[in-house]
Design a protein around this ligand. Structure first.
Ligand code: URA
Length: 441
């Protein structure tokens, strides 16, 4: 067997065997297969697709490319993962909430991919916070305070780690078999027994329409069944960015405010829905509406915010930045984006917003690029909002004046303002579940 034959097979739309997929994953992980050969194969998969058997084999091969974490000493662990979005700071808000409600949170998060942001980058915007710790420390933290959030830094699904960065660098991110295997391999390796997956859908997501989002959900649920992991997929709207901040430090600040109860409606709807299902799978209650109330309670009584502080300090983050977020380094320029007409915001293209934030430095153009934590976008107006001519739509935070000025022009174009009144879009589009009957007792 050799990699050239495997690339050739996929290039010619043929189905790969389990042995061929194992060969590719093992030899790419150990460096025998080069990045350019892997790029060719990934591009062929992107163009010609994979069957469900191939996708499952790729998932299992990637899951077993490193250690498989045994979290049995921690107990029931319900993990959450998002397929990625623009302004998606849900993990930062939701996981401390779940820990405050007694769930065990052991979560591994990725860095930004394409125009979508990554929780690892956001956590690293907090001075001192360590996303790279040993497995022992990770488990110790979960046992001690009920929560640990880390990057994909342990030897867990290392094949996915390499492929994830490669896909980002060759524009092969938005693909159902590649996303499903990437997410599910990490989840299998990181030892959680149940999963709540936020499948984002719209211009700022990898899945641009509901049919694709459903297919991705069903693919992941299928893999969940095979791996014996109860899985809930919640399809959420990502046609416009989630919340009002896009950019790493800015999103951390928005998350801090959210944990103090100041949450935009769209963020709140997503946090409550995902959280209610996490509580259900964790055995904290079957009634979704009651679970949402429990979540609101720990926000109001400060337990969720305190758990966030505990999480940050336990992983060596400087909590003085959380307690006084004015301490975060600010961008040099804050530029206003104004509306040239009066009317209603009809559309705010999330992909374009993500692209603008990324060009400002909030994301990477190449896989080795450094992130600029302080740059990004603050959205004052979103779909359905009324605006007056010359009213501020948004602010651009930039460290390079030219890039900032270009971002102002580009963001103006990302807004579509029309005379007709527009309804606010739905935040939760569909829920697809695989929950065993025995769990509902
Ligand atoms: N999140 C992942 O972990 N992998 C993907 O491919 C996309 C989103």
């Amino acid at each position: 067997m050799n990699i050239l034959e495997i690339i050739g097979k996929k290039r010619d739309s043929k189905e790969l065997t389990k042995e061929e997929i194992d060969y590719f994953v093992n030899n790419y992980t150990n460096g025998e297969i080069t990045d350019y050969q892997a790029s060719a194969l990934v591009m062929a998969i992107y163009i010609n697709g994979m069957t469900i058997e191939e996708t499952t084999n790729l998932t299992l091969a990637m899951a077993h490319s490193g250690d498989i974490l045994d979290l049995s000493e921690v107990g029931n662990v319900v993990d959450k993962h998002s397929t990625g979005g623009v302004g998606d700071k849900v993990t930062l808000i939701l996981m401390p909430i779940c820990a405050a409600l007694g769930c065990k949170v052991a979560k591994m998060s990725g860095r930004g991919l394409g125009v979508t942001g990554g929780t690892k980058d956001k956590l690293e915007a907090i001075p001192g916070y360590k996303t790279e710790i040993s497995i022992d420390e990770f488990i110790k933290n979960v046992n001690k305070i009920g929560i640990s959030l880390i990057g994909q830094t342990l030897n867990l699904a290392p094949a996915d780690k390499k492929l994830y960065a490669l896909r980002d660098a060759i524009n092969c991110t938005a693909n159902i078999p590649l996303i499903a295997s990437s997410i599910m391999s990490k989840k299998i390796a990181s030892g959680a027994n149940k999963l709540v997956l936020d499948v984002t859908c719209g211009s700022g997501a990898f899945m641009q329409n509901i049919e694709d989002a459903e297919e991705l959900s069903k693919t992941m649920i299928n893999i969940g069944k095979l791996a014996n992991k109860e899985t809930v997929c919640i399809i959420t709207n990502m046609d416009q960015p989630l919340g009002r901040m896009v950019g790493n430090t800015l999103e951390v600040i928005e998350a801090i405010e959210a944990l103090k109860g100041n949450m935009d409606e769209d963020v709140k709807n997503v946090v409550l829905e995902l959280g209610a299902y996490i509580l259900k799978l964790d055995g904290k209650g079957n009634d979704i509406e009651k679970n949402k109330k429990l979540i609101e309670e720990v926000i109001v009584n400060g337990k969720a915010y305190n758990k966030f502080l505990e999480l940050i300090s336990n992983q060596d983050g400087d909590i003085s930045y959380i307690e006084n977020y004015n301490k975060f380094e600010k961008s040099k320029y804050k530029l206003e984006v104004k509306s040239s007409i009066s009317g209603y915001v009809h559309n705010l293209n999330a992909f374009k917003v993500g692209q603008i934030a990324s060009l400002l430095g909030a994301g990477r153009q190449r896989k080795e690029d450094e992130i600029d934590y302080s740059v990004g976008i603050e959205l004052l107006k979103k779909v359905g909002d009324k605006v007056q001519e010359q009213e501020t739509l948004a602010y651009i935070y930039a460290n390079d004046e030219q890039k900032g000025k270009q971002a102002v022009i580009d963001l103006q174009k990302a807004y579509l303002i029309s005379a007709e009144n527009v309804e606010k879009p739905k935040d939760i589009l569909e829920i697809i579940t695989f929950i065993k009957k025995s769990s509902l007792i």
